[in-house]
Write a protein that binds this ligand. Structure first.
Ligand SMILES: Cc1cc2nc3c(=O)[nH]c(=O)nc-3n(C[C@H](O)[C@H](O)[C@H](O)COP(=O)(O)OP(=O)(O)OC[C@H]3O[C@@H](n4cnc5c(N)ncnc54)[C@H](O)[C@@H]3O)c2cc1C
Length: 444
């Protein structure tokens, strides 16, 4: 079959995987990487797929959605997963790697692939007619980010991630909470309210004031300065420092939310907003934060009803270039307006090393299928790979936010299972792996 050409910009986790998958299908790839000529403030080495922070690819267990995603990628022949297992270091239930060996493995494989031509240099322009995957990551260079912003429309490319934590609904103690929208406006199901007494607020407030904040890297410190410009992005702990009652007049405002049984307003209320149609995930409204993850767990579990909350995503605040993908991307990561242009990696609104590699896997595969005149691979939302792709293209009820792999994005089971969340997640994992097994024959 005649090889067709695909340009890929960025040789990070997503771009490397996309290049490998496209070349594996017989497409000629031109892979552009600005390192070593130019580096983002977080990248230091010259190799591809650099892990710029932790060396962990997180849980390796099927009880965790990222563990299922890794199993799916391994089964389908992912280069990132092959490299990870080849350079693994002991890390208990997690998959951690020797980062230099990991990057060297991938760089060597890509550079020696006969269909991949590596080009060094910063790409500053995109021609949407030329088949291209943009995988330049959360720290995309400024010139390219400007171009992308102009192409997708102002306001559709975000530069900061100021996200509130998301909890698993099944872990909320609903005997301490109530469903209601403020002043009875809108559907009551959309908000779950956690009312606080004065004593509970007082304890929570002081814990928040003294909680440990994540250390800022130099480049984050710069973006943090800019963040102060946007009041809407203010971390909840910073707001608390403005005064004892500031939160009670802000995100913890109790008015218009009478507590059932008493009919009176509570002293303060934390509102959780439904994050997905199935109602399996809720975000803490207005609780964007820069606390460390363990401190978020400790302090936010002081909120009535959240004593045993499972955090599906912690709040984050950092420089993060990502598209407001719903309405811009299709579920194969192509741009609805420009069918020959795909995005992959953190830029699409997936969050994390493995998730970025996963989106590169899907984008590279589907771009190759299209260039070769073949049908797309039918990834669907029974697999984490397909469900993440659908999440970025459809979003949820609330403002679109980057998301780690989690069981909440998967299609619900079509049968009831007894035994609680653990059993349900096991069933979801088994269903995902069975589906991937069916897809394997399409991967040769
Ligand atoms: C500081 C920081 C720390 C993070 N830590 C973690 C963590 O510990 N664990 C985790 O799971 N996730 C982490 N993430 C989130 C995310 O998973 C990683 O950023 C991940 O590397 C994203 O993969 P990617 O392929 O989308 O982008 P990247 O891996 O960043 O790859 C993008 C590549 O594109 C290149 N590039 C950029 N602009 C251009 C251009 N114009 N022309 C050519 N090349 C270009 C870059 O040099 C880079 O090599 C972190 C993110 C940041 C910003």
């Amino acid at each position: 079959m005649a090889a067709r050409k695909l340009k890929i910009i960025g040789a990070g986790l997503a771009g490397s995987e996309a290049a490998w998958q496209a070349a594996r299908r017989g497409v000629e790839v031109e892979l552009w990487e600005m390192k070593p000529q130019k580096k983002t403030p977080a990248h230091h080495s010259d190799g591809f797929a650099e892990l710029c922070c932790s060396n962990s690819l997180r849980s390796n267990q099927l009880s965790n959605a990222v563990g299922v995603l890794k199993a799916e990628l391994s089964a389908l022949g992912s280069l990132i997963m092959e490299a990870a297992y080849a350079t693994e270091v002991p890390a208990g239930g997690a998959l951690a790697v020797n980062r230099e060996d990991f990057s060297a493995y991938i760089t060597q494989k890509i550079k020696s692939h006969p269909l991949i031509c590596v080009r060094e240099g910063e790409v500053t322009e995109i021609n949407p007619e030329e088949p291209t995957i943009v995988a330049t990551g959360p720290l995309t260079s400024d010139a390219l980010a400007e171009q992308i912003s102009a192409m997708v429309g102002g306001g559709e490319l975000h530069f900061y991630d100021a996200a509130a934590p998301i909890v698993d609904f099944a872990s909320v103690d609903t005997s301490r909470t109530f469903f209601a929208s403020r002043y009875g406006k809108g559907s009551p199901d959309d908000y779950l309210n956690c009312p606080m007494t004065e004593a509970e607020y007082d304890a929570f407030y002081h814990a928040l004031l003294s909680a440990e904040v994540a250390k800022l890297k130099d480049f984050d410190a710069a973006s943090q300065k800019d963040l102060t410009v946007f009041e809407g992005c203010m971390p909840v702990e910073v707001m608390a420092k403005r005064g004892y009652d500031t939160l009670r007049f802000g995100p913890m405002k109790p008015v218009g939310l009478p507590v059932p049984g008493t009919g009176k307003d509570a002293y303060a209320v934390v509102q959780l907003r439904r994050e997905n149609v199935a109602g399996t995930m809720y975000n803490l409204v207005g609780f964007q934060t820069h606390l460390t993850f363990p401190e978020q767990k400790r302090v936010f579990r002081m909120i009535p009803g959240l004593e045993n909350a499972e955090f599906m995503r912690y709040g984050v605040m950092h420089r993060n270039t990502y598209l407001n993908s719903p309405g811009i991307l299709a579920s194969d990561y192509s741009v609805l307006k420009y069918p020959n242009l795909w995005f992959a990696g953190q830029m699409t609104g997936v969050e994390g090393y493995v998730e970025s590699a996963g989106s590169g896997f899907v984008a590279g595969t589907q771009a190759a299928q299209k260039l070769l005149g073949l049908d797309p691979i039918p990834f669907d939302d029974t697999t984490v790979l397909g469900a993440m792709a659908q999440y970025v293209s459809r979003g949820t009820n609330s403002k679109f936010q980057p998301m780690n792999a989690n069981f909440g994005v998967l299609a619900p089971l079509d049968r009831k299972v007894k035994g609680g969340k653990k059993v349900r997640n096991e069933a979801l994992a088994q269903r995902a792996l069975a589906r991937v097994n069916e897809l394997r024959e399409l991967f040769g």
